[in-house]
Design a protein around this ligand. Structure first.
Ligand SMILES: NC(=O)c1ccc[n+]([C@@H]2O[C@H](COP(=O)([O-])OP(=O)(O)OC[C@H]3O[C@@H](n4cnc5c(N)ncnc54)[C@H](OP(=O)(O)O)[C@@H]3O)[C@@H](O)[C@H]2O)c1
Length: 270
């Protein structure tokens, strides 16, 4: 069955679910009347129904008629949610989880059967259609199930396939990744302020610099270090800046930061 004809239920109508639904509706991948969003907050649901024309419910048991269920609650809420839907969820329903750190095997076990589960690690730029999502199949999911997840997440950006065991690394790289870029921007903009640049001008220049650097690396196919050397002339301003970063051990700190995020993801998933 195509996604167009499928009834898709999103459990947890937070930021990520809204981003994905917005992309699905915009891209005409799914008619709004085929989408049901559930949440514990009726006022949130009313806003989403008004904005996207989707159906809503405060009762997660609406999954009983669904072909696809997207689990989009925080990991801490997952056990309660799974307990609530397990008695009514049909065996044929595909379950897609975007929750960080919850193994497919745990979802399958808590649903009490052999459900097809696909895990996805999206990231925050999905809110503006520029997300990066990694998709991993659980033990019972097949090629068609992964393609369904790719179609849904493809509405809000790039998708790649990974092994489930790689999802902790993906969480550290792209799941948490936007925060590292914001952190760098905090420093760049604080410096711009110190140097007396007008806030709006600095913001525009810094954002275009991040976007442009990413685009240049993508389009040129060059490695980051090669491009860095290209923009660093001997005895110039960039060289002074990079030397300062090297002296402060910034590259090693970034490596350690991602390893810390991966370790945390592994710990949370236990
Ligand atoms: N945001 C990111 O950058 C990001 C990146 C990668 C993965 N993820 C994953 O995406 C998932 C959702 O994240 P989010 O940022 O969208 O979270 P969120 O904004 O907190 O959304 C979760 C929603 O679920 C609601 N909820 C809580 N318990 C529920 C229940 N029993 N039944 C139905 N709805 C319930 C919450 O209501 P209350 O607020 O009232 O509890 C909230 O509206 C998480 O598992 C997270 O790990 C997020």
């Amino acid at each position: 069955m195509s996604i167009m004809e499928s009834k898709v239920v999103f459990i947890g109508a937070g930021n990520m679910a809204e981003a994905i639904v917005s992309g699905m509706v915009d891209g005409s991948f799914c008619a709004p009347e085929k989408i049901i969003m559930t949440d514990v907050r009726p006022e949130r649901l009313a806003d989403l129904a008004r904005e996207y024309g989707v159906s809503t419910s405060t009762d997660n048991r609406v999954v009983k008629d669904a072909e696809i269920v997207v689990l989009a609650v925080k990991p801490q809420a997952m056990t309660d949610v799974l307990k609530g839907i397990a008695p009514v969820l049909r065996k044929e329903t595909l379950v897609i989880s975007i929750a960080a750190g919850i193994p497919a095997a745990r979802i399958e076990a808590e649903l009490g059967g052999n459900h097809r589960v696909v895990r996805v690690m999206p990231n925050m730029p999905a809110l503006v259609g520029q997300g990066a999502s990694a998709i991993a199949a659980g033990a019972n999911a097949d090629e068609a199930d992964i393609e369904v997840a790719e179609t849904i997440l493809g509405c809000v950006g790039l998708t790649v396939r990974v092994k489930e065991s790689d999802l902790d690394a993906v969480t550290a790289l792209s799941g948490s990744g936007p925060a590292y870029v914001f952190y760098l921007l905090e420093g760049m903009l604080a410096a711009a302020d110190k140097m007396g640049l007008d806030k709006e001008t600095a913001r525009k220049l810094a954002l275009k610099t991040v976007e442009g650097a990413a685009r240049l690396m993508e389009d040129s196919g060059e490695e980051a270090d090669v491009l860095r050397v290209k923009v660093t002339s001997k005895g110039g301003t960039t060289e002074a800046a990079i030397r300062s970063l090297d002296e402060a051990g910034v590259k090693e700190a970034v490596i350690q930061a991602l390893i810390a995020a991966q370790k945390r993801s592994i710990k949370l998933s236990r």
